[in-house]
Design a protein around this ligand. Structure first.
Ligand SMILES: [Fe+2]
Length: 145
């Protein structure tokens, strides 16, 4: 039986930046798929966990690009991203070393992910929207200087 993992992202976690929301949906889907795999009877592949961490790097680079395009400051958000990747990478190394089980890692990743959206990305999206609004309300002659 195929499990439908489409549309998993709760509406309360949407930030109204479609590209970023789509990536959040994908991260949510990957975490859910890993949970399904880990609760199943088959062997757990660490490659899928590594793939999730790689996708998170890609996601953070997208957020950095979106901020740059809007002219929004990103220094603090970039620091938070580095800390996030370090913390998740450490948790995954603990799984590989046998110090943490996969379920613990997934609970941690899921909790981290929701906190990332509500505490980090919602303010980030607000600042991107403000910058976009500011630049779109500028007269053409001033904006092109
Ligand atoms: Fe994000």
């Amino acid at each position: 039986m195929e499990i439908n993992l489409a549309g998993l992202l709760p509406e309360a976690l949407l930030i109204d930046l479609p590209e970023i929301d789509a990536q959040h949906e994908e991260i949510f889907r990957r975490i859910e798929a890993l949970k399904e795999t880990c609760f199943g009877s088959g062997p757990v592949s660490f490659e899928e966990f590594e793939s999730l961490l790689e996708y998170l790097k890609y996601h953070f680079s997208t957020e950095e690009r979106v901020a740059g395009e809007a002219g929004a400051g990103f220094v603090d958000h970039a620091r938070v991203h580095r800390e996030n990747l370090q913390a998740l990478g450490k948790a995954f190394r603990e799984v590989r070393d046998g110090a943490r089980d996969v379920h613990s890692f997934l609970r941690y990743a899921e909790y981290w992910f929701e906190r990332h959206i509500t505490e980090e990305d919602k303010p980030f999206a607000d600042s991107v929207r403000k910058c976009r609004l500011r630049s779109s309300s500028r007269p053409e002659s001033i904006a092109s200087l």
